[in-house]
Ligand binder design. Structure first.
Ligand code: SAH
Ligand code: F3S
Length: 481
């Protein structure tokens, strides 16, 4: 899975294909989930047609766009801190315009302009095609806001400009929005109802990426397993679809198979799966195609049935374990990772012990673990008091992280002595003489560079490991090259 990248921020230089006269510079920063990073590539594409070059130098920027995340309070605070920085920059560069995109824009709407005086433009995740008009508004000295959520918009017709790319891995959006209404989650409010993208436009993007030399894609959605294409429209309106539309509908496992078959040498990943929507045919499709990576990000959130119910996660922990058993039966070496929330309202010590027991049962390869953060407007915020004291939340989270770390080690040790195919993504952060890539399970592998290059598939013999990284020696090119 494309890891959740809380708080990281990057701008990137690319050249603008059209290179209109009077071109201006766009500095775009993304926070939060992989979907936001993918959306920024759509925004860069829309603005490239308006004469904007992207730049990674803030001092060159005429327009700063911050693609924001609302998932936890901390993510919002990070964005507000960044806006303070732009405020300082604006003092020396009064013509600089600042726009806020994404989930915070949607959540706060016009209020953003009042709360953050330096913001000129507020644009929700479904309104990026309106950016050319909104920019005209701010050029004319007016504030500009568009936070209308759409029933159709999937940006399927826009060819993203790949930002901060290694030329090897790319994100491909397949659904937008979410209908699940987990009680803690702000996403259904900020990204709207769920709709799926036309499979032909997805295949078109994947084929184009292959032709450009990309070797790995991640199919992205808030809830990929509920992908359903029946000709357009909201997922919830499928009940009203014609018999013909129902008969020819494409679900996630079919889409996955179509993509894997279209580009048999391309590595395929996907994220995120919700346990309640993951079906046997998805697992069987994974097993059928060698190029679909053996990794499933399967957030559990809690090991307690009572808390799962309060969260409106529509499965029990026993059903979750059954799913894990099925995955392991069909794909024995499948990497499995988790998201867990510690300290959801009413969580008792016993509930917490259930979460630790769930970790013990699955022994995940890795995971993302969070303190519960109350989000305004969600069902949990309206109905439940955020009653677990911070110190207790933190202590429980520390216990969860410590146990997960043991399991990370247990899982990485399982790879010792094996020879595994690794796709080289770039130079290792720790050593210039080593490459970094990932195996099928999405575990990071480092090894001596020798004559290999970024984008090569290499068989690597795993000789050592830490809890997060496999260390090996390259043996040969894999058959995929
Ligand atoms: N389906 C999404 C999940 C979105 S949020 C996806 O594609 O990634 C990612 C994770 O953030 C969730 O699985 C959950 O563990 C965590 N999260 C969401 N809302 C939260 C909140 N209010 N407090 C703490 N963690 C939260
Ligand atoms: Fe959020 Fe649950 Fe959807 S975590 S994104 S409401 S599946």
């Amino acid at each position: 899975m494309q890891k959740t990248i809380d708080g990281s921020a990057q701008g990137t230089t690319i050249s603008n294909k059209k290179n209109k006269k009077n071109s201006r510079n766009l500095y775009i920063e993304s926070y939060g989930c992989a979907m936001n990073f993918a959306d920024s590539e759509i925004v860069a594409s829309i603005l490239a047609n308006e004469g904007f070059n992207t730049t990674d130098k803030l001092e060159d920027a005429d327009l700063v766009l911050v693609n924001t995340c609302s998932i936890r309070e901390k993510a919002e605070l990070t964005v507000r801190k960044r806006l303070e920085k732009y405020n300082a920059v604006k003092k020396h560069r009064p013509h600089l315009k600042v726009g806020v995109l994404g989930c915070m824009a949607e959540r706060l709407k016009h209020k953003f302009l009042e709360e953050e005086k330096i913001v000129d433009m507020v644009v929700g995740p479904d309104a990026y095609k309106d950016l050319p008009n909104l920019i005209q508004e701010i050029d004319a000295g007016r504030d500009a806001v568009n936070v209308v959520l759409s029933k159709e918009e999937t940006y399927g017709d826009i060819s993203p400009v790949r930002l901060q790319t290694n030329g090897v891995s790319a994100l491909v959006s397949i659904t937008r929005g979410c209908d699940n209404m987990c009680t803690f989650c702000v996403v259904p409010f900020t990204r709207g109802r769920e709709r799926s993208r036309d499979p032909h436009s997805i295949l078109g993007e994947v084929n184009d990426l292959w032709e450009k030399g990309y070797k790995e894609i991640t199919l992205l959605g808030q809830n990929v397993d509920s992908y359903l294409w029946y000709g357009g429209g909201l997922k919830k309106d499928f009940v009203k679809a014609s018999e013909m539309q129902k008969a020819t509908a494409v679900n996630f496992s079919t889409l996955l198979g179509m993509v894997a078959a279209a580009q048999p040498k391309m590595r395929i990943r996907f994220s995120t799966s919700n346990p309640q929507d993951m079906t046997l045919d998805v697992i069987e499709t994974m097993a059928k195609y060698d190029n679909i990576c053996n990794h499933i990000h399967l957030p559990v959130q809690s090991g307690s049935n009572r808390i799962l119910k309060e969260m409106n996660r529509l499965h029990t922990i026993e059903e979750y374990f059954e799913l894990i058993d099925t995955i392991r039966k069909i794909i024995p070496d499948c990497g499995i990772s988790q998201d867990i929330i510690s300290g959801f309202p009413t969580e008792t010590e016993e509930d917490h012990q259930d979460t630790l027991a769930a970790l013990e049962y699955v022994k995940y390869d890795f995971g993302y673990m969070y303190l519960y953060s109350e989000r305004p407007g969600t069902m949990a915020a309206r109905k439940l008091e955020d009653d677990v004291p911070l110190e207790i939340k933190q202590r429980r989270l520390a216990e969860i992280i410590a146990l997960q770390r043991e399991h990370c080690k247990y899982r990485t040790e399982e790879h010792l002595g094996k020879t595994e195919e690794v796709l080289i993504e770039g130079t290792s952060k720790k050593s210039d003489t080593q490459w970094m890539g990932r195996n099928s399970q999405s575990t990071v592998v480092v090894f001596h560079k020798e004559n290999y290059k970024v984008g090569d598939f290499v068989n690597v013999k795993i000789e050592d490991c830490t809890s997060a990284t496999l260390i090996g020696e390259a043996v040969e090119y894999s058959k995929n090259n």
